[in-house]
Design a protein around this ligand. Structure first.
Ligand SMILES: [Zn+2]
Length: 136
């Protein structure tokens, strides 16, 4: 029995413009879009450095974020507990999706071209609830 995702009214902090009613999926997309900008500016910063290390990685990370963005737009990012309010964390060589409701996590590698190819073949990203093998 799944509840309908809640709809929230979002205001832009900077311009105070009403962006309208958006659902959880849009919230994920907005979060990813924000991360994409950060990664893109990071990538261009690194491109200006002499050794050039890390550029390739951040480009793959950017592609990975693009792909997750696409999947989220199709409503394909959710947790198997029924929650669609998914948190997005961008790490150095991975993107972590997590569910605040059941603490489920999905780590998407952004290490190399293979990781990107694997993600490209996916249509949904379903977070699995954290399995506890032992109780503390
Ligand atoms: Zn969950």
């Amino acid at each position: 029995m799944f509840r309908q995702p809640k709809v929230s009214k979002i205001y832009c902090d900077q311009t105070n413009l009403e962006l309208g009613f958006i659902g959880k999926t849009e919230a994920i997309i907005a979060t990813i879009a924000k991360h994409k900008q950060e990664v893109a500016s990071l990538a261009s910063e690194m491109a200006g450095q002499s050794d050039g290390s890390g550029i390739e990685n951040s480009q793959i990370l950017l592609e990975i974020l693009n792909k997750i963005h696409d999947i989220a737009e199709q409503g394909g990012v959710y947790c198997s507990c029924g929650n669609t309010d998914v948190d997005v964390d961008v790490l150095v060589d991975a993107v972590e999706l997590s569910c605040p409701q059941c603490e489920g996590r999905l780590l998407i590698s952004a290490k190399d071209e293979q990781a990107l190819a694997r993600l490209s073949a996916m249509e949904v990203l379903e977070i699995a609830p954290l399995r506890r093998t032992s109780r503390k």
